[in-house]
Design a protein around this ligand. Structure first.
Ligand SMILES: [Zn+2]
Ligand SMILES: [Zn+2]
Length: 383
């Protein structure tokens, strides 16, 4: 623990630009019982178990399994060895491997470190920033094919890495590989995405105070993005309402769903509603522009709460009572804050570049090299 505290402290003292690598926890939504490591390119040095060190080449497989509080590691034609950790270190600088867990096989580059922690088997990939960004763009970026769109997502992903570099630091890694941090299903060879990461190398989004922004994004805003305070209660000058003419014909621009009137009134009553049940038209609600709360007579309730409870696609909906059902007509998909991905895709196709796209959705920001970002506040500093 002492060593971890020291490590965290050192990160704070380093300039952000010195973080050339990132430690990603792989398969973090799983509880891997066994992981199958296989070299696909270059040479890996395997070390850690009982002081043994040896090299493996493409095609060779190592099985790593949980064994009580330790790990069992088995190479082909060898007996399993019980140990506390096993590290796979790349040797040529152009090395790659696959990892198979619960039937899912994904491709990675860089090193792999396996040890027990958080009650499970931790698989930590030590990866260069740019291949990691390409992988995140593929996983989070959707189906847009224009390079300016992928550059936009690459700069957003890079901004996230540096802003949240210490998010999991007490767990001995930087970021996990699911949407709690950023989705990462391994590296990609998609040439447009790889180019997008390289051609924006080092670039991040800074707010007016030169600090890294919260680079929030969502699938479709429905024609108007949401100010951050509607969703997260925090007011950010760069996460303001933006009228978006680009996404309104896209796939996720509209949605509709219905529930029974009884279900809706039961839900409202559980939240404190005590209005006249005989007059169901009181429940009708309309949003021409995004609002923060649902209103029925004197009763109000945060739309964000309703979206979460009813698992709706967005908070940007109107509802009308028709006979014994309640019909929701909604716009957009996601929380609506920050960049609208489907709008950004259309902007890129219309010829806007990534800087224009980012400037459209994030108010008053600029793009700069990470070395020009203001370092985050040091939480250990004396007042
Ligand atoms: Zn995470
Ligand atoms: Zn939009």
């Amino acid at each position: 623990m002492y060593r971890l505290i020291i490590t965290g402290f050192l990160f704070l003292l380093l300039p952000l630009s010195s973080f050339g690598q990132v430690r990603i926890r792989l398969f973090s939504a799983h509880d891997p019982g066994t992981a199958v490591f296989s070299v696909t390119g270059g040479i890996y040095e395997v070390n850690g178990f009982n002081g043994n060190t040896f090299e493996i080449s493409p095609g060779e497989i190592i099985l790593i399994s949980k064994f009580n509080d330790r790990l069992a590691v088995k190479a082909r034609n060898e007996k399993a060895v019980i140990c506390d950790s096993v590290f796979f270190l790349q040797k040529t600088g152009n090395d790659s491997f696959t990892l198979r867990v619960n039937g899912i096989r994904q491709l990675y580059s860089g090193d792999l470190q396996c040890f027990r922690g958080l009650g499970t088997m931790l698989l930590i990939n030590v990866c260069e920033i740019d291949p990691y960004i390409s992988g995140v763009v593929r996983a989070e970026g959707g189906s847009g094919k224009n390079i300016e769109y992928f550059k936009t997502q690459a700069v957003i992903a890079r901004t996230y890495i540096y802003k949240y570099y210490d998010k999991h630091i007490t767990d001995r890694f930087n970021l996990c590989d699911n949407t709690h941090c950023q989705a990462f299903n391994g590296v990609t060879n998609d040439t447009i995405i790889v180019r997008a990461a390289l051609e924006t190398k080092g670039q991040v989004i800074l707010g007016p105070d030169s600090a890294l922004i919260i680079s929030a994004f969502h699938s479709n805003c429905g024609g108007e993005t949401s100010p951050s305070e509607n969703v997260w209660l925090t007011n950010q000058t760069y996460l303001k309402k933006v009228t978006d003419p680009f996404c309104t014909a896209s796939r996720n621009a509209k949605w509709q769903t219905a529930i029974s009137l009884e279900e809706w009134t039961d839900y409202l009553k559980s939240a404190g509603y005590s209005g006249d049940e005989g007059n169901s038209s009181l429940l009708n609600f309309s949003q021409k522009t995004r609002l923060k709360d649902y209103k029925a007579g004197d009763f109000t309730m945060p739309l964000n709460q309703i979206r979460t409870d009813l698992k709706l696609r967005s908070t940007f909906f109107s509802l009308s009572v028709a006979a014994d059902s309640v019909v929701f007509n909604g716009r957009g998909y996601g929380h609506g804050v920050g960049l609208c991905q489907e709008g950004a895709m259309v902007m890129a196709m219309k010829g806007f570049d990534y800087k224009q796209i980012i400037g459209f959705y994030y108010t008053g920001v600029f793009i700069a090299d990470i070395k020009d970002a203001k370092a985050p506040e040091d939480p250990l500093a004396l007042p």
